[in-house]
Design a protein. Structure first.
Length: 358
């Protein structure tokens, strides 16, 4: 298992390296001027040149890439003497850096990745993401839990009542959940439950996890989670229903299921211990993939409901050409998908003994 995990971690780092290179190349061909964005269109040429030198934009592309990788990596090389060197250690950027070894004025330093600063508000991208990730995480985990429990239950019910009205109703719901666009469902739910019937539901059309009152301060608003959670969970719920139904039907037709029944095991034991356990592999794949997508930020859902998470931040950053923020978001999304893929591979072995690595 340790060798397997090491191989998966190394492949994950290779994927992350590829994503890093692609992001750097894409954002360096965009027609955006960071200095003008930070100083305004009326900035003088001297101020622009100072900003470009500080950001390293005045250097050749390969040197910019070296600085970019140096900022992102945990282990970095710095020149502690010459401020003009591209390896000069700026203490304002790396406040928690730990020097490991120094040779010829160049130091190997252990540090946290530096995602640079926003062009718009000068804040570090890490601090911006730290504010937005928890709200998106709460929304994503709530939506995937809602989709998982309801979806697996409906899938089991549909498989056990094949070709009945329950099966047809569950499949009709699953197909419509995938077919209808999420942004349309979000607008519809916000209008119906947050406006038309708001006096019955007590829900708002828009709102985030926390609301700020000018007199009493910040308040937790869990009711604002209900509508975006349901809307965000409808599509993965539909996929989970169909996968659970088809996988369970296939497993229930196997010989070992008939053997278990012949041994006198009850229906519940056969379904739970022998059927469902072996049918959950494709469901786990779907859940891990959807969780990564939801954590990446459901852009339309967060924007429509005014949820202050990664999705809304992505729209704002793209609209303002705030490239460091967009870069940080994309790297975060990549890490989330890599970690979830590794965890899903581990879960396969825990659930299904047939594919365990010896």
């Amino acid at each position: 298992m340790l060798n397997f995990l090491l191989r998966r971690i190394i492949s994950g780092f290779l994927v992350l390296a590829g994503v890093t290179i692609i992001i750097f190349l894409l954002f360096n061909v965009l027609p955006a001027d960071p200095a003008r964005m930070m100083l305004g269109q009326r900035a003088d040429s001297v101020s622009v040149s100072i900003i470009n030198r500080d950001l390293g934009i005045d250097r050749p592309l390969y040197q910019q890439f070296m600085m970019y990788v140096n900022d992102l990596s945990f282990l970095s090389v710095f020149n502690t003497v010459n401020p003009s060197s591209r390896f000069y250690l700026d203490r304002s950027k790396y406040t928690h850096a730990v020097k490991l070894v120094t040779v010829n004025n160049k130091s190997l330093v252990l540090k946290a990745p530096y995602l640079r600063r926003s062009y718009q508000n000068k804040r570090t991208v890490a601090s911006i993401l730290a504010e937005k990730i928890p709200e998106t995480a709460v929304l994503a985990f709530s939506a995937i839990l809602f989709a998982t429990f309801i979806g697996i239950a409906l899938g089991i019910l549909s498989a056990l009542n094949k070709n009945s009205w329950i099966d047809r109703l569950a499949l009709a719901f699953a197909v419509s959940g995938v077919a209808v666009p999420s942004f349309f469902v979000a607008i519809l739910f916000a209008w119906i439950f947050g406006f038309v019937f708001s006096h019955f539901t007590g829900l708002n059309m828009t709102g985030s996890l926390y609301s700020i009152d000018p007199f009493t301060g910040e308040h937790l608003e869990l009711k604002n989670l209900i509508l975006p959670m349901i809307v965000l969970g409808i599509r993965p719920l539909s996929i989970i229903v169909q996968l659970t139904r088809s996988s369970l039907l296939e497993v229930l037709s196997q010989d070992y299921i008939r053997t278990a029944k012949a041994k006198g095991l009850g229906r519940t034991a056969v379904i739970v211990r022998h059927g469902l356990q072996n049918a959950l592999n494709p469901v786990i794949t779907a859940i891990s993939g959807w969780l990564g997508s939801l954590l990446a930020g459901a852009v339309f859902i967060e924007y429509i409901f005014g949820w202050n998470g990664i999705g809304k931040l992505t729209v704002t950053a793209l609209d303002n050409y705030d490239l460091p923020v967009v870069t940080g978001i994309v790297l975060f999304i990549s890490v989330v998908f890599i970690v979830l893929n590794i965890l899903s591979d581990i879960l396969y072995g825990l659930i299904d003994p047939r594919i365990r690595v010896s």
